[in-house]
Design a binder for this molecule. Structure first.
Ligand code: C5P
Length: 233
């Protein structure tokens, strides 16, 4: 079943407190159905807050990028699945991905893999002991994610078309680095408009500052949903 445009927008709640997150969710109201929590909010009381969002009918993406021994990952993922989250990120190491797939078994949770962090360049990979360059390592991990049964990948909109060729139609591509025409890039280096990201093959768009820091966040979210609805995939 094709996704509704509104359900393809994920708003990154990159705020320091539950109080601020609650105020933002209230302002956005029915305009936004899907929220992403990262380290900052999760470790500031964000988990009970996320449970409340789920109880209120919203979808939750926990961007916690898990990575540990298999048993620990599988048990952690089981707990996340029980709380009713929709998406959870893990680092794209084969052992970690297999454990995450095992841990979510029988639930509605979808596991997204992060192939190579976008802050890493060739020199960072070499310093970390890797022999492959960024694009080769991204491609290898994408193939592994596909073969292990991961549900989707987090990637930049620029990588989406290439990754779609590797992973096929089954995996969801979730792209941050989205900037509506005319909005500030901030620290994002490789950005695309919502319409272009959808045309490049993205299934879900993660948007933070262009909505959360807008003078009228609800209007900003509505404009992005309208752009998604018009975009040609
Ligand atoms: O404010 P902005 O729209 O740039 O927020 C993008 C969100 O996506 C942030 O929560 C950021 O941590 C996340 N993200 C990213 N680039 C990645 C992975 C995650 O910007 N490669």
């Amino acid at each position: 079943m094709p996704l509704e445009a509104r359900d393809r927008l994920i708003v990154a709640l990159d705020v320091p407190s539950v109080k601020e997150a609650e105020a933002m969710v209230t302002r956005l109201g029915p305009s936004v159905s899907f929220y992403k929590l990262g380290y900052q909010l999760t470790f500031a009381g964000g988990l009970p807050f996320a449970a409340g969002l789920i109880a209120a009918g919203k979808q939750v993406f926990l961007d916690l990028k898990l990575h540990d021994i298999g048993n620990t990952v599988a048990k952690g993922v089981e707990s996340v699945a029980q709380m009713g989250a929709t998406f959870l990120t893990v680092h794209a190491y084969p052992q970690t991905m297999k454990a995450a797939v095992e841990g979510k078994h029988g639930s509605n949770l979808k596991i997204l893999a992060v192939t190579v962090l976008t802050s890493y360049d060739a020199a960072d990979l070499e310093a970390a002991g890797y022999k492959l360059g960024v694009s080769d390592l991204v491609a290898r991990r994408a193939e592994q994610a596909r073969d292990i049964g991961i549900d989707g990948l987090v990637c930049s909109p620029e990588e989406a078309a290439n990754l779609r060729g590797i992973v096929g139609a089954r995996l969801a591509l979730v792209t941050p680095g989205i900037r509506p025409a005319g909005s500030a890039a901030g620290d994002q280096k490789r950005i695309m408009t919502p319409a272009k990201a959808i045309a490049a093959g993205a299934d879900y768009l993660v948007v933070g500052r262009p909505i959360v820091e807008a003078t009228d966040p609800k209007a900003a979210a509505d404009a992005i949903v309208a752009e998604i609805a018009q975009a040609k995939k």
